[in-house]
Design a protein around this ligand. Structure first.
Ligand SMILES: Cc1cc2nc3c(=O)[nH]c(=O)nc-3n(C[C@H](O)[C@H](O)[C@H](O)COP(=O)(O)O)c2cc1C
Length: 136
């Protein structure tokens, strides 16, 4: 199995999860500014909510993916109040014909003094455990 990890972050929270997942999979956690050039079975995509939506950059990234290079997108994120960006990411993935894995990972991320310190060490361990399920 081949993997890639890409993330979008404004305050570093999703990057923490991306690193934990990437370490587990033995790949590098890279920003969505880095294109996916070689085929991967699973593209782990970290993203979050900002004013009730995913960032336009994330939408653009998903829409610019080459469906011959990505088997499935695996969503993960750290939104503070809402739980899942899955539907927003899927709406973009559907436009380019890339399937989404049904499972996703989410934990709360620190935002304006709430969920202080999150994602924490336990969240990162849980993210790594989640990634392990995709290993052969
Ligand atoms: C400008 C801004 C707007 C946000 N809006 C929302 C929101 O609408 N819903 C929500 O659940 N979280 C919201 N959050 C919280 C972030 O999703 C949360 O802090 C997340 O962990 C940020 O991830 P990041 O550090 O990787 O950017 C917002 C955060 C910021 C900075």
């Amino acid at each position: 199995m081949k993997y890639a990890v890409r993330y979008y972050t404004k305050t570093g929270n999703t990057q923490k999860l991306a690193k934990a997942i990437a370490d587990e999979l033995g790949v590098e956690a890279l920003s969505i500014r880095e294109p996916v050039n070689d085929y991967v079975d699973y593209l782990f995509l970290g993203n979050s909510y900002y004013a009730f939506n995913i960032d336009p950059e994330v939408k653009y990234f998903v829409r610019s993916l080459d469906k011959t290079k990505v088997g499935k997108i695996v969503n993960f994120g750290s939104a503070a109040m809402l739980n899942s960006t899955y539907k927003k990411v899927k709406a973009e993935a559907d436009k380019v014909g890339i399937p989404m894995a049904e499972e996703e990972f989410h934990c709360k991320g620190e935002f304006k003094g709430i969920h202080k310190g999150k994602p924490d060490e336990n969240d990162c361990m849980a993210a790594a455990e989640f990634a392990k399920k995709f290993k052969e």
